[in-house]
Design a protein around this ligand. Sequence first.
Ligand SMILES: *Cc1c(COP(=O)(O)O)cnc(C)c1O
Length: 439
Amino acid sequence: MKKTLKEQDPLVYKMIKGEEKRQEEGLELIPSEIAASNAVIEALGSVFTNKYSEGYSGKRYYGGQEFADSIETLAIDRAKKLFGVPHVNVQPYSGSPANFAVYTAICEPGDKVMGQSLPDGGHLTHGWKASATSKFFDITQYHVDDEGYLDLEEIETLAKEHKPKMIWVGATAYVREFPFEELSKIADKVGAYLIADIAHIAGLIIGGVHKSPVEYVHVITTTTHKTLRGPRGGMIMVTEKGLKKDKDLAKKIDRAIFPGLQGGPHDHQTAAIAVTLGEAMEPEFTEYAKQVVKNAKVLAEELKRRGIKLVSNGTDNHMLLIDCGFGRGTFLSDALEEVGITLNKNTIPKDESSPFYPSGVRLGTPFVTVRKMKEPEMEKIAEWIYRVTQEIEKYKFPQIKDYRGKVLKKFKEELMKNEELKNIRKEVKELCKKFPLYK
Ligand SMILES: *Cc1c(COP(=O)(O)O)cnc(C)c1O
């Protein structure tokens, strides 16, 4: 007999419902998160999850591929058209494996690679010391300048000195537009492959509110679950410029994913990516992308007006970084969580604290924009954030490590009792009710 999840496993059902309610009643400001559409979630929960399809369309190792082949081909065709690239691989399980596949397609172990340093906004997979990428490749990291822009002079000097095989451009905590053209000149001078990791900004590129790297780079990687608004997943694209540099590059990328790094693709994920790319072709998607950036700029202005310090003093994209002072990112993220505003603590450039107790928080507008929130709501959010900062102003983060546990414990106890935070929590809930998510 067919049973629903609720009947079969009420415990898991309850957890899912709890998460649904949390998302519905709170403001999700983590800039890497978004609410996928019902159609995307339906495709993700489809019977394609039952299928094994190792290989590529028309060249599979198992039978029964009639529909798996057509769904993968559809996703690829839509991606090619949207981004304007000649080759796409939609099989990466997520952004990190997509990036690792690019390393193995282009480099030999020990080859030199350059990427943006993590405290400067770069992603772990661009060679940070805690990432496996730094174990297998010889990494040089570049930085941002005092204004929070990529330091092109430093990048050029490092590139000439180290002659890397590959240079990454892309980041996870960077509020400015990427200078793809300028970087391509540097990469070309030293003969390096330039790889754009557009995980955060893919949706903005399609919406025309961030310039596209297609003309300037050899390979593009992305996640599908950030501003692109799809299921968790990844894609790798090869550009005309990439094929000109190496006519076998597309084949190398495909082989790096399968059989190099992965087994069977997640066909249910591929189906959901196809739906996502279909949505991204609609005019509403451009409207959404424009609003994401508009909202971020308003949020930035409203925060600044209230005396809150932003890294790079503003934003060009969907994301902002607040400079909270030494080690104080945790205070603000914990206090905001108490009022139903979710964002993440984050290191900031030249952070003197540690990644576990960083000095900043990172926030963004994709999720709330999908809920149809606009400028007036951004002003409300800025005011709530400001009011929360007022409540926690007196807490200083101890320089001395031994004191930290005690200070944080006391901080959390006092948060729970704070009446002003309780009031804000109610106001946040009221606003969320007016902007339903899945109802
Ligand atoms: C999120 C992100 C990734 C990694 O994606 P996962 O799906 O979390 O593995 C890679 N690069 C950048 C720039 C990202 O922002």
